[in-house]
Design a protein around this ligand. Sequence first.
Ligand code: SAM
Length: 298
Amino acid sequence: MKKGIELNQEFYNKVASLYKDEFDHIKYTKEDLDQHRVFEEYLIRHFYMSCLMRDWTLESKPERDNNYGNVLKEVKKYFNYDDKNLMKNKNFKALVPGTGCSRMTFELANRGFEVEANDFCFIYILTVDYLFNYSHKNEFQFCPSIHSFAHSYTESAVVKKYSFPDIDIRQELEKNEAKPITFIKGDFLLKYKGIKDKFDLIVTLFFIDVSKNIIEYVEIMHDLLKKGGVWVNLGCLDYFHSRYHNSIDLTWDELRQVIKNYDFEIKNEVTDFVPYGVKVGSMVSDSYGTVFFTAMKK
Ligand SMILES: C[S@@+](CC[C@H](N)C(=O)[O-])C[C@H]1O[C@@H](n2cnc3c(N)ncnc32)[C@H](O)[C@@H]1O
């Protein structure tokens, strides 16, 4: 257990060491630090580890092939990314809000899109900066399940180590002559509200329900897209905020109507359970009922 926790810490230290100077001048109170610690422990245990596992380990390839594979197939219907000349000449701009550990951002950049990705959480932004700019294939090992013995058949599953990233990210991007990727740190609402007609494609994965007002998110997506631009979404309607704050929690039927009212044409709609953050050797299987839709700005 101790070795596993230290292994995880080695990775955090390596990432943090690169950015230490940028944060050293900030003076936190003890209360701030306690609050951050509680939040980050929660974030790391429940979301971050499974995000890293899902996006950058070989073991999660089946989950990626299913979820991201379907999204990329859908994207290809509108942007034939196999046509390298088309992608070079057209310079399609894609946005990935709530990019997390950013595999989808990588996949789109690798296919010739000029990608902008956004997240408001430092731990994701710094991790991704490290992975995309400095890491090499299988540079790290980590123990994503070390924080909980619940729902485990075996101890070996809890302490199991995984290597990541499963590919050399920089080499792959260079090989495919990917355009530069821009990572924007900050709240989606603050960073993107009011920007118009900028993107050809927006991909949201398990993101739209982080909003407190999902109607506002639909409006922003509509503004951000160029006419004829496409928004592909895969994710659940968990409405995280409704546990703690007021939040507008629409059913899919209601949300679909809102999307149509904003002058989108729904081109594709699939409601299905998909695997999400599946843990090998766990007694519970994480899968979510999701909506997978494509909406085109008229
Ligand atoms: C459930 S995770 C999904 C991550 C990634 N899209 C995936 O499927 O692996 C939601 C992501 O959205 C980010 N996020 C939540 N609220 C946000 C906001 N208001 N602005 C920007 N990012 C946000 C979180 O930090 C997290 O990375």
